[in-house]
Design a protein around this ligand. Structure first.
Ligand code: HGY
Ligand code: MN
Ligand code: MN
Length: 418
C-alpha cells in the first residue's frame, strides 16, 4: 500500500493557507497560527472537518487536544496513536507539526480506500500549544495529557496580553469535556520534518529518531533606572539593556568555550526594552533564554555557570534580575522497537535512513512516558530551515516519511495483546 503523495501535499498546502501572511524578510508566504488564536481555531476546525469526512469519531479534551478514532477489528484493544500539532510559531512554514497530523490522516485515507481495517483502533491526534510561543511553555497539551503539567496550572497560563489558556480555549470553542488523563495507547508514532540540515547533507531519506535533547527555557526580568540618555553620565547608570546584552553575549561564550562540549545550543529569542525610546535609558527589560543539550549533566553544568553570571551581571550593572524557569524537559530516548520498525520500513521501501537525535522538542517525548513511542523524520531543503517561512520539504520527501508512517502504524496495529 502507498499513500497518495499529491493528496498529502495538497492538504499541507491547504492548511498552510490558514493563518497565511506574506513575510517581508523572506518574500514568501509564511504561516502564523499561534495557539488558540482565531487562526489556530480556523485550522482546528479545518482539520476536524477532514477527520469527520474520513469517518473518524472526534473527541476534544479539557486542554483542547483533539483525538480522532478509527475503529479496529478488535475495537477493545488499546489503540495505536499518531499525530503532532497544528499550532505554529509566528513566523512558520507549513510543515512543522502539520506533516504529522495530515500525514496520519493520509494514512487513514489510504486504509479507507483499501478497505483495510487494522486489528487495533487507530487514533489521530493534534495537541494544544506544542510550540509554547504564546503561553510560554512548550508541548503544553501533550504534557497535560500525560501528567507532566497539571491541568489547572495549564489553564492559568497567560499570554503577553494577560489572556489565559482556559479563557482562550472557551473563546474558540475547544474547551472539551473529555478528561485530560489520556489512557495509554499501545504505541505512538509521529512523522515530523527534521528542522535541521543533517539528513539532507547526509543524503538520507528518513531519520530514525533516537530521542530528543534536554531543553531549558528561562524568562528574565531586569529592572534598572530609566534616565536621560544625554545628561546621565555613564557611571551613574543602572542599565538593564546592557545587562541583557551581556547575557546574550555570555550565551555565545558558553557555547564557544568548549567547556560544555560541541552540542550546546543557546538562544535569546525575545528581548523587550521599556520604555523603548531612543533618548531614554531603559528601566525594564524582559528577555528569554533557550538552552539545550543532548546530555542532561552537561546542560545542568552550563545552567550553573549561567545562573552565576546572572548574579554577577546584576551586581556589576547595579540592576535587579529575576528569572523564571518556564520549560524544563530531560533528554528522552524513544522506544527501540519503534526505531527498528521505522528503519525496517525505510529499508523495505528502498529508502536510505540514519539515526538522529531531535534538536527540537516534540509531543512524542511526552507520549513516551505512556507507551512505546518514536518518530519518523523527513529532510528539508535550504539547510532544513524551520520556524521560518522558507521551511520546505518536497512532496517526495513528505511522501517517503508518511509511507514509512503507514507501514509502522499498520505493523503496530496488528500486534497481539490488549
Ligand atoms: O521549541 C521546540 O523545540 C519546539 O518547536 N516546540
Ligand atoms: Mn513541531
Ligand atoms: Mn516548532
Amino acid at each position: 500500500m502507498n499513500i497518495n503523495a499529491e493528496r498529502l501535499y495538497a492538504s499541507l498546502t491547504a492548511l498552510g493557507q490558514i493563518g497565511a501572511y506574506s513575510d517581508p524578510d523572506s518574500g514568501v508566504s509564511g504561516v502564523r497560527r499561534l495557539a488558540l488564536t482565531a487562526a489556530d481555531a480556523q485550522g482546528r476546525r479545518h482539520v476536524v472537518e477532514q477527520m469527520k469526512a474520513l469517518g473518524l469519531e472526534v473527541t476534544v479534551d479539557q486542554i483542547g487536544n483533539v483525538f480522532a478514532r478509527r475503529r479496529g477489528r478488535d475495537d477493545g484493544a488499546r489503540p495505536v496513536m499518531a499525530g503532532s500539532h497544528i499550532d505554529s510559531v509566528a513566523t512558520a512554514g507549513r510543515f512543522d507539526g502539520c506533516l504529522g497530523v495530515l500525514g496520519a490522516l493520509e494514512v487513514v485515507h489510504t486504509l479507507n480506500d483499501a478497505k483495510h481495517v487494522t486489528r487495533r483502533p487507530l487514533v489521530v491526534a493534534f495537541f494544544t500549544e506544542e510550540e509554547g510561543s504564546r503561553f510560554g511553555t512548550d508541548m503544553l497539551g501533550s504534557a497535560v495529557a500525560t501528567g507532566r503539567v497539571p491541568l489547572e496550572r495549564a489553564w492559568g497560563l497567560k499570554d503577553a496580553a494577560g489572556l489565559s489558556v482556559r479563557a482562550e480555549l472557551e473563546a474558540i470553542g475547544f474547551l472539551g469535556a473529555q478528561s485530560v488523563a489520556l489512557a495509554a495507547p499501545h504505541a505512538y508514532v509521529e512523522c515530523h520534518i527534521e528542522q535541521g540540515p543533517t539528513l539532507k547533507a547526509a543524503q538520507q531519506d528518513i531519520g530514525v529518531v533516537t530521542g530528543v535533547q534536554a531543553i531549558c527555557w528561562h524568562e528574565l526580568t531586569l529592572i534598572g533606572k530609566s534616565a536621560h540618555a544625554g545628561t546621565t553620565p555613564m557611571a551613574l547608570r543602572a542599565d538593564p539593556g546592557v545587562a541583557a546584552s551581556r547575557i546574550n553575549v555570555k550565551l555565545r561564550e558558553l557555547v564557544a568555550s568548549g567547556r560544555y562540549g560541541t552540542e550546546l545550543r543557546a538562544t535569546m529569542g525575545q528581548l523587550r526594552l521599556e520604555p523603548g525610546l531612543v533618548n531614554v535609558v531603559p528601566n525594564r527589560v524582559t528577555c528569554t533564554v533557550d538552552l539545550r543539550n543532548p546530555e542532561e549533566e552537561i546542560l545542568a553544568r552550563a545552567l550553573e555557570e549561567l545562573l552565576g553570571f546572572y548574579r554577577q551581571v546584576a551586581t556589576e550593572e547595579k540592576i535587579t534580575l529575576t528569572h523564571r524557569e518556564t520549560a524544563r524537559t530531560p533528554p528522552v530516548a524513544f522506544a527501540q522497537k519503534v526505531q527498528e520498525l521505522v528503519a525496517g520500513a525505510a529499508k523495505r521501501r528502498g529508502l536510505s535512513s540514519r539515526a538522529i537525535v531531535s534538536g527540537a522538542g516534540h509531543d512524542c517525548q511526552e507520549l513516551a512516558r505512556l507507551c512505546p513511542a518514536g518518530m519518523v523524520f523527513v529532510p528539508g531543503e535550504a539547510d532544513g530551515i524551520s520556524h521560518n517561512p522558507r521551511e520546505l520539504s518536497t512532496s517526495e520527501q513528505c511522501a517517503n516519511g508518511v509511507n514509512v508512517l503507514l507501514d509502522v502504524l499498520t505493523a503496530l496495529a496488528e500486534e497481539e495483546g490488549r
